[in-house]
Design a protein around this ligand. Structure first.
Ligand SMILES: Nc1nc2c(ncn2[C@@H]2O[C@H](COP(=O)(O)OP(=O)(O)OP(=O)(O)O)[C@@H](O)[C@H]2O)c(=O)[nH]1
Ligand SMILES: [Mg+2]
Length: 172
């Protein structure tokens, strides 16, 4: 198995920990325990023969020099915003996207879609965000709406992250 670092970034409360926990343990916790610092979660993913190390980074902004120690070690990123709060998408575009290495692959996620009425509106907004990120030179390789609560569209993230990490590892 190859080791791959996936660094998960986004504003506080968007559901980074919930997504990772669902991917690794298939559990969803309704309680909010804000992450302090960075927590690393391990998951073997046999279809790609990869061991993921998901770096669950606190959403509270930390000094750029410290954040860089995590973003620099990434083989891929997952950037998360949430559907009920539009400003979290702006933060993805103008804060988090400016603190990653642009050539490394990015999976763009709009989470908590179980809370919205019109999914099509959100899918279209995510598509526009993806276009804007690409225009900034960010290497978005996949984008999806998700729900960590219901598990909606989460399985694709493992597959796309696995493929992205294999590309990064083979180019090194
Ligand atoms: N309805 C719903 N709630 C969610 C979903 N994902 C996460 N939540 C809830 O949102 C809250 C915040 O989730 P977290 O995963 O802790 O958020 P985070 O991005 O890790 O936040 P920080 O650690 O502070 O950066 C928790 O109460 C979760 O239960 C989702 O898909 N749907
Ligand atoms: Mg967290």
């Amino acid at each position: 198995m190859k080791a791959a670092n996936v660094v998960v970034l986004g504003e506080s409360g968007v559901g980074k920990t919930a997504i990772i926990q669902r991917l690794v343990t298939n559990v969803f916790d309704t309680q909010y325990h804000s992450t302090l610092g960075v927590r690393v979660w391990r998951k073997d993913y046999t279809p790609c023969e990869i061991t993921f190390y998901f770096h669950d980074v606190q959403g509270v902004h930390m000094p750029d020099a410290l954040l860089k120690t995590y973003t620099g070690a990434a083989d891929a990123y997952i950037l998360v915003c949430d559907a009920p709060r539009r400003r979290t998408a702006s933060s993805t575009e103008f804060y988090w996207a400016e603190r990653i290495e642009p050539k490394k692959p990015v999976i763009l996620v709009e989470n908590k879609v179980d809370m919205v009425k019109n999914l099509v509106v959100h899918a279209k907004a995510l598509f526009r965000l993806e276009q804007k990120m690409r225009a900034k030179g960010i290497n978005v390789c996949y984008s999806t709406v998700t729900s960590a609560k219901t598990g909606f569209h989460l399985s694709k993230i493992l597959q796309k992250a696995g493929e992205a990490c294999l590309r990064t590892l083979s180019s090194q």
